[in-house]
Design a binder for this molecule. Structure first.
Ligand SMILES: [Zn+2]
Length: 163
C-alpha cells in the first residue's frame, strides 16, 4: 500500500492536492504547527480536515511531546464522534517521545467505535522496533484485537480505507 503523512494546515485543509491524495491508498493526517489555537478552533480544524474524503488516520492526535510540551487543546470526544461519522481512524504513535493517543484518549476513541492504528512514526528502519511501546500503550488502554487496525486482514483494510 502507498501512503504518506499529510499535514493539516491552519484552516483544516490538507497540504496535498486531491489529485495527489487520490494516488495513495491511505493517509495519516496530522498537525505540525499552530499548536496555540484555542480548543474549539483546534477541534474544528481537525474535524474540517476529516471532511476531506482522502483523510484516513489522524496522526499523533494531541501533538504532545512527553517531558517537553503538553498536547494542544482539543475536544477528543467530539473529534472521535466526527471521525466515526466520516469513517476515519486514529493512531497510537509508538514514538517514546509521543505515545499519543494517551491510554485514556485511546479508550475514549475505542468506546466510540473508532479503530486505532499502532504506528511507529519511524524516520529510519532502526525505529521500527518502537512499535512495542505502542502495543503496550494499546494494552494500557484495554484495546482488543477488534479495535486495532494492524490486526485486520488486508482485504478488510482495503475496504475500511475507501470512503
Ligand atoms: Zn507528524
Amino acid at each position: 500500500m502507498k501512503s504518506a503523512e499529510v499535514d493539516i494546515l491552519a484552516d483544516g485543509t490538507l497540504d496535498y492536492s486531491d489529485e495527489l491524495l487520490r494516488a495513495l491508498d491511505y493517509t495519516v493526517c496530522s498537525i505540525h504547527s499552530r499548536f496555540a489555537f484555542e480548543k474549539d478552533k483546534q477541534t474544528e480544524r481537525i474535524m474540517r480536515a476529516m471532511d476531506n474524503r482522502f483523510f484516513t488516520i489522524l496522526g499523533h492526535a494531541t501533538g504532545r511531546l512527553l517531558l517537553k510540551r503538553p498536547g494542544y487543546e482539543i475536544d477528543m470526544e467530539r473529534i472521535a464522534r466526527h471521525a466515526k461519522q466520516c469513517g476515519c481512524f486514529f493512531e497510537i504513535n509508538s514514538s517514546p517521545d509521543r505515545l499519543d493517543l494517551s491510554a485514556e484518549n485511546a479508550r475514549v476513541a475505542a468506546e466510540i467505535g473508532i479503530l486505532i492504528a499502532i504506528s511507529t512514526d519511524a524516520h529510519s528502519v532502526h525505529e521500527f522496533g518502537t512499535i512495542r511501546y505502542g502495543i503496550e500503550q494499546a494494552r494500557r488502554a484495554g484495546l482488543e484485537k477488534a479495535s486495532v487496525l494492524n490486526c485486520q486482514p488486508l482485504e478488510t483494510l482495503t475496504k475500511l480505507f475507501k470512503r
